[in-house]
Structures are given as structure tokens and as C-alpha cells.
Design a protein around this ligand. Sequence first.
Ligand code: USQ
Length: 400
Amino acid sequence: MRVFITGIDGYLGWSLAQYLSARGHEVAGADIYFRRQWVEEMGSWSATPIASMETRLQAFHEHTGKTLRFWHGDLREYELVERIFREFQPQAIVHLGECPSAPYSMIDVHHAVFVQTANITTTFNLLFAMHNVCPDAHLVKLGTMGEYGTPNMDIPEGFFEVEFRGRRDRLPFPRQAGSWYHWSKVHGSNNIMFACKLWGIRATDIMQGVVFGTRIEEMGDDERLLTRLDFDQAFGTAINRFCCQSVIGHPLTVYGHGGQTRGFLPLRDSMQCLTLSVENPPVAGEYRVFNQFEETYNILELALKVQKVATELGLPVEVQNLENPRTEMGQHYYHPDRQNLIDLGYQPTHDVEAEMRIMLQDLMRYRERIEERRDILIPDIHWNGPRKKVHLLSSEPERV
Ligand code: USQ
């Protein structure tokens, strides 16, 4: 299948390009390197030393014998999207080319507006270009579990049956996002749902949990094929940050008492799920939603798991409770469904501790890179107030 990946230079994008290609798909992609700039703006860099796109493409060619078509450009420009689609004629489009950071979107009005307009505009351009050029193609859009928020009831996959004043219907499950970024994903979802109805486009909207992990098998030992691994407050996700912190003996930064619960998924399983979605498209006009995560944990549980695995590897580390810079529920019910991908054949490969062990071993090689950016580990972006470093709540983790 011809698969076009937006954001192919990113954490998921570069991994997915290799994963899909190894499974016989013809892959192409575009990127404008925003992620590299945003992380630099946060005063950080990838823990793994990432190569330039030119070097990545060269290494990819050496290993696979294949040429990956790449467009360096801004997909907020409609003409570029339409030109790419005419040249490549994609059968599937995996849309990863968005700003994925809640904290980044909460910095100030400029960042909020940037994240929402960039994310919504690019999705619009893809939808219109699909309609105009390749109406039979399948859009696989990366959404987020964060679209649902944390309601005090089970979370279905996108839709639920509801009865109100004696009448029944199948309706979109309410979205209660917790950041301007998460709301940008809700707006994208709504626009895709409407485009499916309007033009008969087929789409899969992936409500993905928090991804962690340094690698997939396809990267092998060639550093040029490594994907990025961020650990700053905005682009580093919880487990990735905790593993980087462990490697340099920095206390693990649990926000609040760590009772916030989320769904988590190793990078390699995210690749498996995205591939299953690509290879099993819905019918024309169908808008379907998959919840994509492996297991749910609260943040303190995760920090203690990282601490345990790190200690086994000779990396003793403390867990600290910090003032929570975010506005989020500290303790809540969390029980989302995850059946659709299992029905398509999804099988998890590694349990969370095994994946943490692989990550920590990988990251120990790059200890110096993380050490050099130690001062950016304590967050200062608040959901509700000016930027200032958060303070410590206690040095002993409180059980929740
Ligand atoms: N957290 C800590 N300490 C840290 C970092 C995070 O306690 O050092 C907590 C946060 O307060 C939050 C939870 O960990 O409760 C998850 O935070 P995160 O930064 O790992 O993830 P989040 O901001 O939710 O966003 C990430 C991705 C985003 C994706 C989302 C899926 O960056 O692109 O949409 O995970 S979900 O969380 O299900 O919405």
C-alpha cells in the first residue's frame, strides 16, 4: 500500500516509516522540522542523538535498498498538500504532523493559538486534498485519549448508546479535554467526522494514550536510524522523562501525589496498532474511533516501577512529589474500553517493566546528553499562571 506520513521526522513518524516499510508498504512523508525547533525552544534536545533527515534517508536506503520520498515543507499550505497527493497518490495517510504537547499549548496566548491553528489547519488541508485528489484513500488520524478527559464513568471507543427523554441514539461520547492542545485534537476529530459524512471519506481516529520507549526492532544498531526521545517538560512524556531522570540520578518528578491515571503504550505496540489500522481500512464514509493504549496506571505507580527497574540496573533514584503545574484531577475513575484493535489482531509484545529495562539500557549510553540538560527537568509552565519553577511537596512519595 502507498502510505503517506505527515510528521515523518518525529518520534512516531520516523519509527512508523521504518515499521511500515519493513512490512512491504511504499512509504513517503513530509515534515517541516517543527519538533526539532520546539524542543530547542524548551532549552532541550533529544536524549538519543538524532541524525538529519538527509542522513536518515541515506541510512534507510543502505539498510532497505528502498528510496523513501520526502517533502520538506509546511502542510499548513494547501497547495503543497494537493501537489504531494497528486504526485504520490496515497492509499492511506497517517496524520502525525501536529504539535503534540499539552504544556507547550499552555505557555501563553501565542502558543495556544499556534497549536490550535496549526493542528486544525493541517487536518483541514488533508481532508480537502483527499476529497479533491484521492477520495478513496484512508485517513488514519492521531487523536488522543485526552480528548475524553477523565469522566466518572467508563469511556467507550468514540460513540455510545444513550437514552434521553425516552428516545435513544448512538452519539459521540462527550469530549472534556484538559489543555488547549487536547482541545485542538477534539476540533480535528469533529472536522474529520463531518468530512466523512459530507464527502464519504473513510477515517480512523486513534485515541492514543501516552507512548514510551526508545526503539523498535527495525532501527537495529545503526544510530542514524534512531528516533528522537524527548525529556523536557513539554515534549517528554511521563515514562520517557522518568527513565531519563533515572539515568542521571535526578529525582523522578511526580506532579502532585501522582494519582492521575492514564493509558500507556510502548512505541513498538503503537507501531503495531497504527499498522493494523492502515491495513484494515473502514468502508467509504465510515468514521471509526479506536482507543489505543495497553494498560492504565497512575503516575506514582509508574514512577515506582521505573525506580524498581532502574535500581535493578544499578541506578538508584528517588521519587519526589512536586507541586502540580497542571490543572487536572488528582484522583479519579479511569476505565476506557480498548476492544477494536484487539478484534483486528493486536497483541502486546512487551510488558511495561520489560520495556522500561530496554529503555534504561539504551539511555545509559546517552547519559552525558541528558546530564547536559539537567536544568530543564523541573517544569515551569503552569496551566493557570505565569511561568515559574514548581516547588517540592515532599521528598518521600505519598501513596495514593
Ligand atoms: N506527569 C508527571 N510528571 C512528569 C510528567 C508528567 O507527574 O514529569 C503527569 C502529568 O501531570 C499527567 C501525566 O503525567 O497527569 C501524563 O503526562 P504526559 O506529559 O506524559 O502526557 P500528556 O501531557 O497527557 O500528553 C501525552 C502526549 C500527547 C498525547 C497524550 C495522551 O504528549 O501527545 O496526546 O500523552 S493522553 O495522556 O492519554 O491524553
